[in-house]
Design a protein around this ligand. Structure first.
Ligand SMILES: [Mg+2]
Length: 231
C-alpha cells in the first residue's frame, strides 16, 4: 500500500537535541563553580547515564517529571563527589540554557517543507508537554500540520501501542498507509512496526547501531528521504 501520511518524531529527527544538550551542559559547567574540578566529558557521560535510567523509571511511572528533573542533577553530582546543594537551581538553569541552543537537524526543515507539500504530516514526541510545546513553537511546526501527539498528554510513551493507535485515528488513514520518520530504534522503529506502519529510520545521530536493527528505509541525509517520498 502506498504511503499517504507521514509522521515525524521531534527530538534528534527535526530538532537537534543532542547538540543542544551538549552545548547547554558546557554552559552550565562554565557558569557554576561546582564543576571546576570535573572534566566535561566525564560529567556529560555520568549525567547521560543517570538521565536515561531516570527516563526509564519515568516511562514505567515510577517517578514523575518533577522528580526526574530534580534527581538527574543531584544524583549525577553526588556520584562524582560534587557538592549537590545547588542541584535544583542548576537543574532549572539547565532547562533555560538548553532552550537557547535549540536548532534544526541539518536538512530537516527543507525536507519537512518538501514532504508536507506532497503528503499530510503530523508529529509524535515523547517528552514533557511544556518543553515539547515550546519546541513545536520554536520550530513553528504549526505551519505544516495541526496533528501533534505528545506522550505526556496520553500517559504512555512510545513504543507503547496506544500512542500509535491514537496517532493512526488522528491521521484518518490505515496503519499501512502511514510512514514514521524517527531516530530511535526502540521507540520509533519498533513502535511503528508493531503498529503496522512503515518506518524510515534517520541514523545520522544514532549512537548505538547493531546489524539486526532494520527499518523499511534508512537514511543519513534528509535529501535521501525527499527522493524516497517523491518516487
Ligand atoms: Mg527522537
Amino acid at each position: 500500500m502506498k504511503t499517504e501520511f507521514v509522521y515525524f518524531d521531534l527530538d534528534n529527527t527535526l530538532l537537534d537535541h543532542t547538540a543542544a544538550e551538549r552545548d547547554a551542559h558546557h554552559d552550565i559547567c562554565r557558569t557554576f563553580s561546582e564543576f571546576q574540578s570535573v572534566a566535561i566529558e566525564e560529567w556529560l557521560s555520568t549525567y547521560k547515564e543517570i538521565n536515561s535510567t531516570l527516563w526509564m523509571q519515568y516511562q514505567k511511572g515510577e517517578v514523575d517529571r518533577y522528580q526526574l528533573q530534580r534527581a538527574r542533577f543531584r544524583e549525577s553530582m553526588t556520584k562524582l563527589g560534587i557538592p549537590a546543594d545547588r542541584s535544583e537551581e542548576i537543574g532549572t538553569a539547565y532547562m533555560n540554557v538548553y532552550r537557547q541552543y535549540w536548532k534544526w537537524v541539518p536538512g530537516a526543515e527543507e525536507a519537512l517543507t518538501r514532504v508536507s507539500e506532497k503528503y499530510p504530516v503530523g508529529f509524535i514526541t515523547n517528552g514533557f508537554k511544556e518543553t515539547q510545546q515550546k519546541k513545536i513553537e520554536y520550530l513553528n511546526l504549526n505551519r505544516f500540520s495541526d496533528k501533534f501527539l505528545i506522550s505526556e498528554d496520553i500517559g504512555v510513551m512510545k513504543p507503547h501501542p496506544k500512542v500509535f493507535e491514537i496517532a493512526t485515528k488522528m491521521s484518518a488513514f490505515e496503519p499501512q498507509q502511514i510512514l514514521y520518520v524517527g531516530d530511535s530504534y526502540s521507540s520509533d522503529i519498533i513502535g511503528g512496526r508493531n503498529a503496522g506502519w512503515r518506518t524510515a529510520w534517520y541514523t545520522a545521530l544514532v549512537e548505538e547501531y547493531q546489524e539486526c536493527m532494520t527499518a523499511d528505509f534508512c537514511f543519513e541525509q534528509f535529501p535521501v528521504l525527499i527522493d524516497y517520498l517523491n518516487q
